[in-house]
Design a protein around this ligand. Structure first.
Ligand code: PLP
Length: 390
């Protein structure tokens, strides 16, 4: 059987594959602690559920315009004015069938065979293969790490730029590390993009999930004259606990938004109608559940990070998102983080995500989108495992 060449450039999402293996063991009745999950363990807010039922009951669940309903596009534009500042028009917004789809459609619009896309590490696993699917090449750039997190290495990024470089893809708050870049770091990235005529594709899906005094800075509006090269993607999955609704959006220059809508119109048609209605409600009402979820994540993070440090594991402070990314290099053999996570699952029934999925083979990712009992049990199992390997 001969399948298209482009499909050989990519592999199934590593994080989804491990999550599936853990779920398979759970289905068989095994006592697995699943710290691999990348989705909130909360129900969607009450207003979201009500809106979904309200529309479903009318029976008018039909196709919407391909770029999204006028109501949702204007709600997103207003939300952008409030959260990113500056002026935003609905025409700059294209609603997408998830943030993942917003990312892939945007890349389809920006790059082609032979182009290069810069990925400061660690980078969300899907970025690599989404870039490869377009025919372009992902160029990973290492980032120095300290107790505050992973910092963009401006010199290394600049050295990696070639005449084929088109885009720099960024993600703050970051999956897998929880790092939140400072305003200064964000400005430096935009200035680099201006200097080398690059797009900045900013995945802001964890923007609302920040802890302590952290502020999630968007590259939008930071550098005068740079607006035409700043492209934002965001969505409902993480901050509104709406993963299954598959709601995301692109926001940026009108021409790019129209191009994303054109690509989407030929790939998935219109985004989900119920999802759009519910997402609009969530954006307009700012449900009280959001703050409760955010505070709960912060409490869980404190327990998890303190426990990891007690085990002697260096963990860059997660100041956003819902992941911790400790360093476990000295416990790894030649199979690296993948081998370590496979052993943890088989020996301790503990599911984590190997750092190699994010371009960093010395670390592993633990999600704290799970209850405190599971977090404590995970720390216990991890401790037992590390003790055996010491
Ligand atoms: N971007 C990042 C950094 C993510 O971690 C995820 C999901 O894990 C997504 C995008 C995809 O979100 P969505 O559910 O909207 O496709």
């Amino acid at each position: 059987m001969q399948l298209a060449q482009r499909t050989h450039r990519i592999s199934p999402s590593l994080t989804l594959a491990l999550d599936a293996r853990a779920k398979q063991l759970i289905a068989k009745g095994e006592d697995v602690v699943n710290m691999a999950v990348g989705e909130p363990d909360f129900p969607a807010p009450a207003c979201v559920i009500e809106a979904t039922l309200e529309l479903a009951r009318t029976g008018r669940v039909r196709y919407t315009p391909g770029a999204g309903t006028p109501g949702l596009r204007s709600a997103i534009a207003e939300h952008l004015v409030q959260t990113r500042g500056g002026a935003w028009e609905p025409a700059q917004v294209t609603v997408c069938h998830s943030t993942k789809h917003a990312l892939s459609a945007t890349l389809m619009c920006l790059v082609q065979e032979g182009d290069e896309v810069l990925l400061p590490l660690p980078a969300w696993t899907s970025y690599f293969d989404q870039v490869r699917l377009t025919g372009a090449k992902p160029v990973a750039v290492a980032s120095p790490v300290d107790a505050q997190g992973f910092h963009p290495d401006l010199e290394a990024l600049e050295a990696a730029i070639t005449p084929r470089t088109r885009v720099i893809m960024i993600n703050s708050p970051n999956n897998p590390s929880g790092t939140v870049w400072s305003r200064e770091e964000m400005i430096q990235i935009v200035e680099l993009a201006v200097k080398h005529d690059l797009w900045v594709l900013s995945d802001e899906i964890y923007r609302a999930l920040v802890f302590d005094d952290a502020v999630a800075h968007s590259p939008a509006g930071l550098v005068p004259g740079a607006a035409e090269r700043i492209l934002i993607v965001d969505g409902a999955s993480k901050c509104f606990a709406m993963t299954g609704y598959r709601m995301g959006f692109f926001a940026g220059p009108v021409e790019v938004a129209a191009c994303v809508a054109k690509v989407n119109s030929q790939t998935n048609g219109a985004p989900n109608t119920l999802g759009q209605f519910a997402y609009e409600r969530a954006l307009r009402e700012t449900p009280p559940e959001l703050e409760i979820m955010r505070r709960t994540y912060a409490e869980r993070r404190d327990v998890l990070v303190a426990g990891l440090e007690q085990l002697g594991l260096k963990t860059p402070a997660p100041r956003g998102a819902f992941y911790a990314f400790p360093q476990l290099e000295r416990y790894m053999d030649e199979r690296g983080s993948l081998g370590l996570c496979a052993d943890l699952l088989e020996e301790q029934r503990l599911a984590l995500i190997p750092g190699i999925a994010f371009g960093i083979d010395t670390h592993v990712r633990l999600s704290f989108a799970t209850d405190l009992d599971s977090i404590r049990e995970a720390l216990k199992r991890l401790g037992e495992f590390l003790a055996k390997r010491s």
